[in-house]
Write a protein that binds this ligand. Structure first.
Ligand SMILES: [Zn+2]
Length: 60
C-alpha cells in the first residue's frame, strides 16, 4: 500500500489563511477510504487535503 505523504506544497487555512496546520490521515465516512486531512490549529477547521480551496463551510 502506497503510504507516501502528499507533496508538501504550502497550505493555508481555508478560513483564517493561517499556516499552523496539521496533516493527518483519516477514514472518509462515506467512501470508506483513507484520505489526508488538514486541520487548522487556530480555528479548528478541518478539510480534506485534496479539496483545499473549497468553501470552508462545506467541511465544518
Ligand atoms: Zn484557521
Amino acid at each position: 500500500m502506497n503510504d507516501v505523504r502528499p507533496n508538501n506544497a504550502p497550505a493555508l487555512c481555508i478560513k483564517c489563511k493561517g499556516t499552523a496546520l496539521i496533516l493527518s490521515k483519516a477514514l472518509h465516512p462515506d467512501r470508506g477510504e483513507s484520505q489526508w486531512r488538514l486541520t487548522c490549529l487556530d480555528c479548528r477547521v478541518a478539510w480534506p487535503q485534496d479539496q483545499h480551496g473549497g468553501d470552508a463551510d462545506e467541511y465544518l
